[in-house]
Ligand binder design. Structure first.
Ligand code: ZN
Ligand code: ZN
Length: 272
């Protein structure tokens, strides 16, 4: 019987960390049974690179958008560029977008509360632009959320009948997970699941119904055990899946079925 296959639904293959050996990285992913990789853009250049990788490699797909932590250098109106990229056959969603209030400019030397206000407002504005274009084009959004759950849910809610989000690198509690799912959205888990101090994330996965969650690396970040601290790569979904199956008390075959089906349902343009 063939080994069960998995998808890496959130990878940054366009980052310089992979420039020297991407072919080997992708060969290791294939050998590990990671048969689809979704490459996530973090600004327009990064999104264009993600699309080029998707054009070059059959198992690679792209997501186009602008990361909230880069909000201050974004163009005023991203929508024309997002509309254009959304048309590409291998662009399966928009993002990563959302809100990240973890590190605010007001906390830096010389920073003011007014800096925080402007930064948060700019993030919210860009998030709305992604949601608007997603609604127009029938795509969903890959959502990055950190220390901003209430605000993120509040911005998503008015779009929830047309756009869904996958809350990637999900690290909130089961109650937050239920609120995300209640909007029709999904959650996705990284290598944090394998960390010794990842007990709270394992608890959330344990409470998440099959079909409602996906797996991802967020590489080059967040390498799972036993690779923690090194460069992460899509092949490491294997280690994440092993722990996820233990947490769910299911076989790797079942986990493969659930998570791949969840990805196809959420990313309608994900072929195969
Ligand atoms: Zn992110
Ligand atoms: Zn990311």
């Amino acid at each position: 019987m063939p080994e069960p296959v998995f998808y890496d639904t959130h990878a940054h293959l366009d980052y310089p960390e992979f420039a020297a050996d991407l072919d080997e990285v992708l060969a290791r992913a294939r050998a590990a049974g990671i048969v689809r990789i979704i490459c996530i853009g973090t600004d327009l250049d990064s999104s264009a690179r993600a699309i080029r990788l998707a054009e070059r490699y059959p198992g690679v797909f792209a997501v186009a958008g602008w990361h909230p932590c880069e909000a201050l250098r974004a163009p005023e109106d991203l929508r024309p560029a997002l509309r254009e990229m959304a048309r590409h056959p291998k662009v399966v969603a928009l993002g990563e977008t959302g809100l990240d209030f973890h590190r605010l400019p007001g906390a830096r030397e010389g920073g003011t509360p007014e800096d925080d206000r402007r930064y948060k407002e700019r993030q919210a504005d860009l998030f709305r632009q992604h949601l608007e274009v997603a609604a127009e084009t029938g795509l969903n959004c890959v959502i990055h959320q950190r220390d901003a759950l209430e605000e993120t849910l509040a911005l998503l809610a008015p779009f929830a009948d047309r756009v869904r989000g996958v809350f990637h690198c999900f690290a909130n509690d089961p109650d937050a997970m239920r609120r995300v799912l209640a909007l029709g959205s999904r959650v996705s888990f990284t290598g944090i699941l394998t960390f010794k101090n990842g007990g709270n994330v394992r608890e959330t996965l344990a409470a998440t119904a099959p079909g409602k969650f996906m797996l991802e690396t967020d590489c080059p970040f967040l390498a799972p055990m036993p690779h923690r601290g090194k460069r992460c790569e899509p092949a490491h979904v294997r280690e994440i899946a092993r722990v996820a199956a233990q947490v769910k008390g299911c076989s790797l075959e079942e986990l493969s079925e659930w998570t791949c089906a969840a990805a196809h349902e959420f990313f309608p343009k994900l072929a195969g």
